[in-house]
Design a protein around this ligand. Structure first.
Ligand SMILES: [Zn+2]
Length: 68
């Protein structure tokens, strides 16, 4: 059996292992849409934001804040 080097992600919602990277549009509370890559389950649609995706959202929020 070949050794799998890539980590196998298992969906915590439905137990499916069909979890892969997808690009998705997230809408922030102020209406800003940011595109991030997340791990998403293709069975139930559950999305898992990793640290990188969360950082993208955080930066988008900070950028959007109006200066006065
Ligand atoms: Zn799932």
């Amino acid at each position: 059996m070949p050794t799998r080097l890539a980590p196998v992600r298992t969906c915590t919602q439905c137990g499916s292992r069909r979890v892969g990277r997808v690009g998705t549009d997230l809408r922030l509370r102020d209406g800003t849409v940011v595109t991030v890559e997340v791990d998403a389950c293709s069975s139930c649609g559950e999305q898992y934001l990793d640290a990188e995706a969360i950082e993208v959202v955080r930066l988008a929020r900070a950028r959007k804040r109006p200066r006065s």
